[in-house]
Design a protein around this ligand. Structure first.
Ligand code: ARG
Length: 459
């Protein structure tokens, strides 16, 4: 049954009907729709449209409908209703008869859908925030476990300067902090109730919209009904936050895929989270990481999709906006799953300390230290950089690490270099001296881990 049959003489074309319906995907908004409908029914008591007793009957019926849905959400899909709003109204009428037909007084599906969506986003944001915190906790615990493991830090995928695995973990904690804050910020703007905006120009009934908003847990009611039913900024914002965070997770994945490669051999992923090849028996593939990396593209796609749907869309509601849901639902699920899988992977890695150390020793990642050593002896940095480059070239030609180069070879390029050069260029020395804020020094990283453990309530 449709909600708008009165004006129509002919039946809907079957193909059109199928094309028009959103029930197959908006049925997941049933809980939100019922929640907002109950709140709305209470407002209708204040306007005199419903008596207290009628409101109670509607509320009881809606609650029992919610319980039925809870037991079997997909039962909704059997119906041929146009969308979840129609489905709930039809089922309410089935339960309470004519009385159920009063509920839609003064509201429109236009304010209803955006209210439902905002409620859905709000509860999903809570899950996302929780998941982000959990992933941060795992990063901190991993950092603690491997605080002394030295790995090469890269630029251009070339060994650049030594860092520690803990420091690498802390970099991701920073990214996740920004993801967390972005979500909180999105939530702040999203948490404003559009209910009572009607179709586009406000409701004709004397509804206290502020009270209604607060009763649903929103911070206040929206200011302009025309904007309220048109607004999907919160979806764009949420999907931007999702895209940025997925980008972080894809970089995390890429780093670990690289660390796990036979070429690096820095980490080993446990059997429980890797898969084999159907042909090559020796393979142990980092599938979960590759999937996160791949799913990032899918989330970007959803952001682009909503931006394109909204571009140049006239005010206020247009059916185009029904296209806001599938991608949103999919992207949020994908983001949540990716956060959980990233967490799982992090808890299933083992570091190969020796390979990490040996790799950090190769590649002349301590060349900056030679330059700094010369600066301390009064050479300008540019000149010192040049000399240090020459020394690296010498070491490459001799097929040696800097620490294994004879002092006489160093002195070919500067007679300021003395025996103490060797203690300046150990990996540990390189790390220890970077102790100003944000640096890789062990002491600095330890402090950071302590701070984070307090922030994240890790005991
Ligand atoms: N199913 C619609 C959507 O998802 C609900 C709003 C319908 N409003 C309307 N005027 N047809 O956008």
């Amino acid at each position: 049954m449709s909600l708008w049959g009165g004006r129509f003489l002919d039946e809907s074309n079957k193909l059109f009907k199928k094309f028009n319906t959103s029930l197959s995907f908006d049925y997941i908004l049933a809980k939100e729709d019922i929640f907002a409908s109950i709140a709305w029914s209470k407002s209708l008591v204040e306007t005199g449209v419903l008596t207290k007793n009628e409101q109670k009957r509607i509320e009881t019926a809606l609650i029992s409908l919610k319980e039925e849905i809870y037991k079997n959400p997909e039962s909704i899909l059997q119906s041929d209703c146009e969308d979840i709003h129609s489905w709930i109204e039809v089922n309410l009428i089935e339960k309470v008869g004519e009385l159920g037909k009063k509920l839609h007084t003064g509201r429109s599906r236009n304010d209803q859908i955006t209210t439902d969506l905002k409620l859905w986003c709000k509860s999903n944001i809570q899950i996302l925030l929780e998941n982000i915190l959990n992933l941060q906790k795992s990063f901190i615990l991993t950092a603690e476990l491997y605080h002394d493991v030295i790995i090469p830090g890269y630029t251009h995928l070339q060994r650049a300067q030594p860092i520690t695995f803990a420091y690498w973990c802390l970099a991701y904690v920073e990214m996740l902090k920004r993801d967390f804050d972005r979500l909180k910020d999105t939530l702040k703007r999203l948490n404003i109730s559009p209910l009572g905006s009607g179709a586009l120009s406000g409701t004709g009934w004397n509804i206290n919209r502020e009270k209604l908003a607060l009763s649903m847990g929103f911070s206040c009611a929206t200011n302009n009904a025309l904007d309220s039913v048109s607004d999907r900024d919160y979806i764009v914002e949420l999907l931007s936050s999702a895209s940025i965070s997925m980008m972080h997770l894809s970089r995390f994945s890429e780093d670990l895929i690289f660390f796990n490669s036979s070429e690096s051999n820095f980490i080993e992923l446990s059997d429980s989270i890797t898969s084999g090849s159907s042909l090559m028996p020796q393979k142990k593939n980092p599938d979960p990481l590759e999937l996160i990396r791949g799913k990032c593209g899918r989330v970007y796609g959803s952001l682009l999709s909503i931006l394109v749907v909204l571009k140049a869309l006239p005010l206020s509601y247009n059916k185009d906006m029904q296209e806001d849901k599938e991608n949103l639902f999919d992207a949020i699920k994908t983001w949540n799953n990716s956060l959980s899988i990233a967490n799982l992977v992090l808890n299933n890695i083992k570091l190969n300390r020796l390979s990490c150390y040996q790799a950090a020793e190769k590649g002349y990642s301590n060349a900056t230290e030679v330059a700094d050593y010369l600066v301390k002896k009064g050479v300008t940095f540019r000149e010192a950089h040049h000399i240090s480059g020459k020394i690296v070239l010498q070491a490459i030609n001799d097929n040696k690490a800097l620490k294994d180069l004879d002092l006489s070879k160093f002195q070919l390029y500067s007679n300021l270099i003395e025996n103490d050069i060797y203690s300046h260029i150990t990996l540990e020395a390189c790390i220890k001296k970077r102790k100003s804020k944000g640096g890789v020094a062990f002491s600095q990283v330890e402090q950071e881990i302590i701070k984070e453990k307090i922030r994240l309530n890790i005991v």
